[in-house]
Design a binder for this molecule. Structure first.
Ligand SMILES: *Cc1c(COP(=O)(O)O)cnc(C)c1O
Length: 373
């Protein structure tokens, strides 16, 4: 049996009528960039987040640096995030011209460890960028409290966490902005690239709208800006998909529950930790081998047996070649938990359109490996 890692085509077939209808509507409208479908999707997205504004942009990385720039964060400033994230979080800070200061992740949630943030704050710190890694929200209450004490901005990198929430907070409620990515492999993904910024702050809304479109608010009038737009075809696809995101998340969570049950007797690896009351959206279902040196063996065993498991991410940011790239980044403290995560994590197939047979087969193979040791 072959178990794929992604179900993009299955998802398309399930809602083909809705997607094709929106694509045809855009094609027939003759308006493909900054057209009515984009406005419609932006309204739907703001309503979905419960924020006043949502702005479509070119991708999830741009969403972060456009927000930083909108907030006036740039050269001479510092942004705090964690080494346990996808590279783009850090990249976005550099594009904005700010220095990135990294703190370690929490060993259980694998999100930024709020206890380590305050030590990283200097006079130059302007923003904290927590990442909702693998689909579980960071500890936003603790992060908001720190940001308030030090008057810092908070930007949620929600590329992996759409449709999640905390026990007593929603995304966007405790931050200045939520950024997200709609690249195909994300939980809400289009057939290509795009992203968005959601916020309650009218200044962020206005500035990001201007920056994404050549610094223009009025035809032929420009201040500095860029070209980072979400085009209408993708907006149409995303508008069709947004209606299903909650059901897809529920299905991901149901598969995660099956994995949790089927793998609970594991001896050689640990299961993902779901913090009490959090709605983990399982962008990725990540197990960790207790001995890091066994990770590659597990990965190979699964791949050899038809299970397309992967690793997110094998190299923590500060372990990438050339770090810290001149003086573009700084570590605050040891990064033991991020390093451990990078060395021992394995992502099992996880998407709504998996079948029970595929989940059972994956469980069977993982447990077969577990019993070998
Ligand atoms: C995917 C991702 C991004 C970047 O999104 P793109 O749309 O690929 O630019 C940023 N941060 C995290 C955590 C991601 O997973």
């Amino acid at each position: 049996m072959q178990v794929p890692f992604y179900g993009h085509v299955r998802q398309y077939h399930n809602i083909k009528g809705e997607i094709d209808k929106n694509i045809a509507e855009v094609l027939e409208s003759g308006q493909y960039v900054m057209g009515p479908m984009l406005s419609r999707f932006e309204k739907e997205l703001a309503a979905y987040f419960g924020t006043k504004y949502a702005i479509g942009v070119g991708n999830g990385t741009d969403a972060i640096w456009l927000t930083l720039m909108a907030l006036g964060v740039g050269p001479g400033d510092e942004c705090i995030t964690t080494t346990n994230t996808f590279f783009a979080t850090a990249e976005a800070c550099w594009v904005a011209g700010a220095k990135v200061v990294f703190v370690d992740c929490d060993p259980k949630t694998r999100n930024i460890d709020p206890k380590k943030i305050e030590k990283a704050i200097t006079k130059k710190t302007k923003a904290i960028i927590p990442v909702h890694l693998y689909g579980q929200c960071a500890d936003m209450r603790a992060i908001r409290a720190i940001a308030d004490r030090h008057k810092l901005f908070v930007i949620e990198d929600n590329a992996q966490g759409i449709d999640g929430c905390g026990p007593d907070f929603k995304q966007g409620e405790l931050s200045d902005a939520v950024t997200t990515s709609f690249i195909i492999q994300k939980n809400l993904g289009t057939f290509g690239d795009s992203g968005a910024v959601a916020s309650n702050n009218p200044e962020i809304d206005r500035a990001v709208r201007r920056l994404r479109n050549h610094g223009s608010e009025k035809r032929s009038h420009h201040s500095y800006g860029f070209n980072s737009r979400l085009d209408d075809l993708h907006a149409g696809i995303l508008s069709a998909k947004l209606k299903h995101i909650t059901a897809w998340t529920d299905q991901r969570r149901a598969w995660a529950a099956c994995y949790n049950e089927g793998l609970k007797r594991a001896r050689r690896f640990t299961l993902p930790y779901e913090a009490p009351g959090y709605r983990h959206v399982y962008h990725l279902y990540v197990i960790e081998t207790k001995k890091p040196e066994l990770r590659d063996e597990l990965l190979k065993f699964l791949n050899d047996n038809g299970v397309d498991a992967k690793v997110h991410y094998p190299i923590a940011i500060h372990q990438q070649e050339g770090f810290p790239w001149g003086k573009k980044a700084r570590l605050c403290g040891k990064q033991r938990n991020s390093e451990r995560n990078a060395a021992s994590c394995v992502s099992l197939p996880m998407f709504a359109e998996l079948t029970a047979e595929e989940v059972d087969y994956t469980i069977e193979k993982v447990m077969e490996w577990d019993k070998k040791g």
